[in-house]
Design a protein around this ligand. Structure first.
Ligand SMILES: N[C@@H](CCC[C@H](N)C(=O)O)C(=O)O
Length: 288
């Protein structure tokens, strides 16, 4: 099969976008993995499939696949790329669109400065929603949240805040992200038995109440240059833990994101807002 694609990136988190708005597209796990492969395919962290809406209150259906071929619920950087793609391809005349993922409705808006603002919805803290197994252990309470102990290999342990942005996240605070053992601990946390659907593992260095540095070892993709939902999860956790104010600049290795959450002043049901860049890198056709 010959497949047209658009390669995009948002803060260095790269995605391959496929337009299935006119013709349905069903790819096997093997084809998805080939597309994502940096030697045998196009190369990307995630593949985004745009489909016609399946319900009245949205403009498009937005499906997300990790580089390992698994379908997932949410991709923040992908969401920003998606609205840029829809506008550039003339698939919408609007600068704001509503899209439906596996489990969320998102509102994406292209700003006048070229950046994209996304209403990322409400974070979830119930362990059944993440999902996370407390393992009968006691968390350590800090601020208005809690940190859970997690045992890893070789008698190493860490403390993580757990939450869902529609997809699961475990966030830990580190003194210096450049020194954090992301490649060693990331895969262990991602596949830890207490996260039945695996998890995205965030490593956050707090620079001030309004500025953090973040690295994320993503479920199904490994460490990426940025993770939008990971940035939201880290900031929400940091706000609840009392470390951060309600608007924070997140410096990822591939770029900067602004995350806002009024969860202290307006309550836990407040939606998270993410603002950041998105751009097209190249377009082409691949034989699968
Ligand atoms: N890169 C993404 C997250 C993609 C999905 C994630 N790896 C998962 O499995 O949940 C982002 O920008 O949010």
């Amino acid at each position: 099969m010959n497949l047209r694609f658009t390669k995009m990136q948002g803060a260095g988190n790269d995605v391959v976008v496929l337009d299935a708005t006119r013709t349905a597209l069903a790819l096997t796990t093997q084809q998805l993995r080939q597309l994502a492969d940096r030697r045998f395919g196009v190369g990307c962290d995630q593949i985004l499939l745009v489909e016609p809406p399946q319900q009245d209150d949205v403009d498009f259906t937005y499906r997300i696949f990790n580089a390992d071929g698994g379908e997932v619920e949410h991709c923040g950087n992908g969401a920003r790329c998606l609205v840029r793609f829809l506008v550039d391809k003339g698939l919408t005349q609007q600068r704001s669109v509503r899209v439906r993922t596996l489990n969320k409705t998102l509102e994406l808006s292209l700003q006048d400065d070229g950046r994209v603002s996304v209403d990322m919805g409400t974070p979830l803290f119930d362990h059944l929603d993440i999902p996370f197994d407390g393992g009968g252990l006691m968390p350590r309470h800090e601020g208005l949240f809690e940190l859970w102990p997690l045992s890893l290999a070789d008698s190493v342990s860490c403390e993580v805040a757990v939450l869902s942005m529609g997809n699961p996240h475990a966030v830990q605070r580190v003194a210096d992200v450049d020194q954090a053992p992301v490649a060693l601990l990331g895969p262990q946390i991602e596949g830890h038995a207490r996260f039945p659907k695996r998890v995205n593992a965030g490593f956050m260095q707090v620079l001030s109440r309004r500025e953090v540095r973040l690295r994320v070892y993503e479920r199904g993709a490994g460490e990426t240059l940025a993770c939008g939902t990971g940035a939201c999860a880290a900031v929400v956790a940091g706000i609840r833990l009392g470390w951060l104010d309600e608007a924070v600049e997140v410096h990822a290795r591939g770029g900067d994101l602004r995350i806002e959450w009024a969860g202290i002043s307006q309550g836990l049901r407040a939606a998270v807002r993410m603002i950041g860049p998105a751009s097209t890198v190249f377009e082409g056709e691949i034989v699968l």
